[in-house]
Design a protein around this ligand. Structure first.
Ligand code: M6R
Length: 621
């Protein structure tokens, strides 16, 4: 979705803003722009008005950067934006900032009542230069400024007239020493510096300048000055203490890797160590209370767990559902948040909702959670981004601590979610007495060994690259089937999603037992079939499914444990994974699938970190 960066302080702002926007490129965008308030020295004393420069360009951020290099704009107060089109095509006129009178506005989100507001404004004689809903907000602020003395009050008055999800940042030449930042259901953080302050859609944009962040609440409108931040909520001044974020600026850099996605695949062992740290207590074969966001009383009283998520997080949630039933023996179901929120699902105060989300901002998951909360359910957020919207609505948060994930295709956050959900299952089982100390100890010991098992799989990266070249790229594969059973079913779904989103090859993930109910009709000598067959109780069944594929001349790429011969004998390609506890196989089987997709995309030359049409944080429905 759109990215926003605002700066106020003593430094020239364009490079700070453009560099910040670069860190938000992963959010996806089609145009970019910047507005800078330019106060010439002594101008205010002479009663001269400041200038407001607006520069916009269609395409990648480099295009805006080129224009700014050719024609630099001076000024120490400004706001920049990368746009992911919702209302109106990606043209320069539709790019943000939108300038109306003395005011420039950038916006992320959707103003739901834009049609009626536009009609009212047109009736008042207002002229529109773009097709965007954002320009409406700029007009409303401009009108309010005619009677209000401050930009803060004018923005509050304007925003009281709009409905919808938005993060908005405003600058004006009338008040050159102020930035206004407002949030309602779209992400916006404030960075607190020394003698300077910042606003941005996400933390990585500002890590080069500060680690102290204020996470705005929905309905907050903040006035940023170089030395001071004032926050208003429902007309009242409120205090929002800043929080220190422990992500380092280098975590948001590629550090020599060709792409963020590849770096993040390789970071998985460390990410999981961070997820486990301080939570797994081998001495007591337990998970540290107070670390998972669920009290012991709630763990005991919960009658049912409902996991809600979208995309990759939904695949982690399917594995979580299996673990919560098999390990903790609590009835559990998993739902796509985008469907759950619109059906008459039965939810009550005996349910524990587990919302799984990397960003913590996904609009559908957030809405589904709010609805379940209204109906009395308790909410646990399993989230990576500290201070994001979902944990703020939830009763408890279980942060995955995977570090910033920049590649649009989620990898390390997925495996960190798996680790968190497995720990949650153990925690629930121990509190409810449904998991023995002996089995818990064995599971946790094996879980602690998972990072080194994943490092072993990563050593197979060269094999994955060759397989991707031979089976997916050289053959120009157009369709692929991913098969798995039990815990390998969500891994098959995840493998197919990864391949689709970054290499644009059509792929389907299927429960292998379902193959004969339809997809088997697709199989021929052109069809690569990725069979995920770790050493678990489903192995023999999936070996039979592999035979069925081979009998129809399908090309099998087998993900099998070391020492496997049965499936390897009939497969075109074999990628070995270490033999781990059957409950923990997803951690090792997903890695070769991530690498296959990565290398297929890289060899095809697609934009791996920013695949077309996709956004990292999906803050619209
Ligand atoms: O931030 P979330 O985990 O809630 O995001 C959910 C999906 O949008 C996300 O997993 C998406 O499917 C990724 N592009 C997958 O790689």
């Amino acid at each position: 979705m759109c990215g926003i960066v605002g700066y106020i302080g003593p430094r020239s702002c364009t490079s700070i803003i453009v560099e910040g926007l670069r860190k938000l490129e992963y959010r996806g965008y089609d145009s970019a722009g910047i507005a800078v308030v330019d106060v010439s020295p002594g101008a205010q004393a002479k009663g001269e008005q400041a200038k407001l420069h607006v520069v916009r360009a269609v395409g990648k951020l480099g295009k805006l950067d080129d224009v700014l290099r050719e024609k630099p704009v001076p000024g120490t107060v400004g706001v920049g934006h990368t746009r992911w089109a919702t209302h109106g095509r990606p043209t320069e006129a539709n790019a943000h900032p939108h300038l109306v009178g003395d005011v420039a506005v950038v916006h992320n989100g959707i103003l739901e009542n834009h049609v009626e507001l536009r009609r009212e404004l047109l009736a008042k004689g207002r002229k529109f230069l773009s097709e965007t809903d954002t320009e409406i907000a700029a007009h409303l602020i401009d009108i309010a400024l005619q009677t209000e003395s401050s930009l803060l009050v004018a923005t509050q008055r304007a925003l009281a007239q709009v409905r919808g999800a938005f993060a908005i940042v405003v600058v004006s030449r009338r008040e050159p020493d102020v930035i206004i930042a407002a949030r309602n259901f779209s992400p916006l953080v404030l960075g607190v510096g020394e003698g300077e302050n910042f606003a941005a859609s996400d933390v990585p944009a500002l890590l080069a300048h500060t680690r102290d962040f204020i996470f705005l609440e929905d309905g907050d409108v903040a006035e940023l000055r170089a030395e001071k931040i004032t926050i208003m909520h429902a007309g009242q001044k409120v205090e929002r203490p800043s929080k220190r974020v422990d992500w380092s600026p280098t975590q948001a850099e590629k550090q020599g890797y060709k792409h963020f996605m590849l770096k993040e695949i390789f970071e998985q062992p460390t990410a999981i160590e961070n997820t486990l740290r301080g939570r797994v207590i081998l001495e007591t074969a337990d998970i540290e209370e107070g670390e998972v966001g669920v009290t012991a009383a709630l763990a005991k009283s919960t009658r049912r767990v409902i996991l809600l998520a979208c995309g990759t997080s939904h695949h982690a949630a399917i594995a979580g559902r299996n673990w919560i039933e098999s390990i903790a023996k609590v009835p559990a179901q998993v739902e796509l948040a985008s469907e759950f929120r619109y059906r008459d699902a039965i939810v009550d105060e005996h349910d524990l909702i587990v919302a799984v989300s990397q960003s913590g901002e996904t609009a559908d998951t957030l809405a589904a959670v709010k609805d379940a909360k209204r109906r009395g359910a308790k909410i646990l957020a399993v989230v990576n981004v500290v201070g994001s919207a979902i944990p703020r609505v939830a009763d408890g948060a279980f942060y995955t601590h995977a570090g910033p994930e920049i590649g649009v295709a989620s990898t390390k956050c997925f495996t960190a979610q798996l680790a968190a959900l497995l720990m949650l299952a153990v925690y629930l089982g121990r509190r409810r007495g449904t998991l023995t100390e002996e089995r818990s100890l064995s599971l946790l010991q094996h879980l602690c060994e998972i990072p080194s098992a994943m490092r072993e799989v990563l050593e197979e990266a060269g094999t994955c690259q060759k397989v991707a070249r031979r089976q997916l790229v050289a053959t120009d594969a157009r369709d692929c089937l991913f098969l798995g059973r039990g815990l390998s079913f969500p891994i098959a779904l995840e493998g197919a999603l990864k391949l689709k989103e970054i290499s644009y090859v059509h792929a389907e993930g299927y429960a292998a037992g379902e193959m004969k109910h339809g997809p088997i009709a697709l199989i021929d000598a052109q069809m690569p079939v990725i069979v995920v067959a770790p050493n678990d109780s489903h192995y023999e069944k999936i070996a039979s499914n592999a035979q069925e594929v081979r009998a129809r001349e399908g090309r099998i790429i087998a993900i099998v444990p070391k020492g496997d011969h049965t499936i390897a004998q009939i497969a075109q390609e074999v990628i070995h994974v270490p033999d781990v506890d059957p409950e923990l196989t997803p951690f090792v089987t997903v890695v070769p699938l991530q690498l296959l997709s990565y290398y297929a995309a890289d060899l095809k030359g697609t934009d791996v970190d920013q695949p077309r049409n996709l956004a990292k944080t999906v803050t619209v429905e």
